[in-house]
Design a protein around this ligand. Structure first.
Ligand SMILES: Cc1cc2nc3c(=O)[nH]c(=O)nc-3n(C[C@H](O)[C@H](O)[C@H](O)COP(=O)(O)OP(=O)(O)OC[C@H]3O[C@@H](n4cnc5c(N)ncnc54)[C@H](O)[C@@H]3O)c2cc1C
Length: 318
């Protein structure tokens, strides 16, 4: 059996798992459908402006994650924003880019199916079977993607776990650029409002440009769910009107783009660190295991790699 692991998803959980597998002597290939890294911990660039349109900051609870964030800070990939809130620098995706450096990540690679062959697992992407070094087969496949998307790729290959009660809330995110915007204390505002839950000045985060002023607005889970089928133009119009009402600031933005996150924040987690189905060589990790946080996604990725490495090494000795 090849000692080569396929990881689907280059968000923070997939990259944490990839680093741990690689440090334990496994070859790893990460398949990522988008052109970037970091998944929901991402930075969207448009010409001269950029926005953290997904996760806004991260907190640190465990000594292990503190150790990791210390490394990111020491290397210049993260800094404190306010209180105990940290951000990636110069953008939210920076820690993911740092973590991905020693890893083989194949971008623009949407995995659509997996297949069990005599020598191990093989993967299928939108444009055909995945060609990889060596046999092109993997001893294990790791799903580091939101739980509701796993079944579409896994097909009839079952994980030893019921994922149906895992739930996410959606989020409409609006990215805006203005010549000038009212000062927000600590760079953000959490209005008590039915439509808007979060307004952040991207430029107030360390390492960002201040001109033009870039603002990220998130809609509440309830509004995002009820208005999920709006077009981006409709969402932009309604959210901008509400922003004007809330801030009494009526200038028109020079840039306005809405992004819809289908799986934004975990509402109902699995409440276990990860899923490892040793009999199949299939595993899954992500924020949906432990909770709606970057740290939870990181912990889940490391927990999965630890469980899988132990099992695969024992199997190899048998
Ligand atoms: C609007 C919003 C606000 C948030 N705010 C915060 C916050 O303030 N603080 C905080 O800690 N957390 C926040 N979060 C949550 C945080 O971003 C997530 O918990 C964390 O980033 C999840 O990481 P992950 O690796 O589990 O999943 P993801 O980041 O979703 O990574 C999954 C990756 O898999 C890829 N993928 C999916 N399907 C396939 C496929 N078939 N083939 C190949 N690749 C695939 C995706 O493109 C993605 O890159 C927020 C999230 C959103 C969306």
């Amino acid at each position: 059996m090849p000692r080569h692991i396929a990881i689907i998803g280059a968000g923070i959980s997939g990259l944490a798992a990839a680093r741990s597998f690689q440090n334990s002597g496994f070859a790893v290939t990460v398949f990522e459908k988008s052109r970037g890294l970091g998944g929901r911990m991402s930075t969207r660039r448009m010409g001269d402006v950029s926005f953290d349109h997904g996760a806004q900051y991260f907190t640190v609870r465990s000594p292990r994650f503190r150790q990791i964030v210390d490394q990111w800070q020491a290397q210049g990939y993260a800094e404190k924003w306010f209180d105990e809130a940290f951000v990636g620098t110069p953008g939210m995706s920076a820690p993911a880019q740092f973590m991905a450096r020693p890893i083989c990540v194949l971008n623009s690679f949407r995995v659509t199916a997996i297949e069990r062959l005599a020598g191990g697992w093989s993967l299928r992407a939108e444009n055909g079977p995945v060609q990889c070094e060596g046999s092109g087969q993997f001893c294990a496949v790791i799903f580091a993607i939101p739980a509701p998307q796993i079944a579409d790729v896994a097909g009839s290959h079952l994980l030893d776990c019921d994922l149906t009660h895992v739930q996410y809330s959606p989020c409409w995110a609006l990215m805006l650029a203005f010549e000038k915007f009212p000062l927000l204390q600590d760079g953000h505002l959490k209005p008590d409002d039915e439509l808007i839950s979060w307004i952040a000045s991207n430029g107030s985060k360390p390492g960002r440009h201040h001109k033009p002023e870039t603002i990220v607005v998130h809609a509440t889970p309830a509004w995002s769910r009820a208005n999920f089928e709006l077009t981006p133009e409709q969402a932009t119009k309604t959210m901008l009107e509400r922003l004007h009402q809330l801030t009494k600031f009526t200038e028109s933005p020079s840039v306005s783009i809405a992004h819809r996150w289908r799986f934004a924040l975990v509402e109902q987690a699995l409440s276990q660190p990860c899923v490892w189905t040793g009999s199949q060589g299939l595993g899954a990790c992500g924020d949906w295991c432990l909770g709606p946080r970057i740290e939870a996604a990181f912990d889940s990725g490391e927990a999965l790699a630890a469980a899988a490495c132990r099992a695969l090494d024992t199997k190899a000795k048998d």
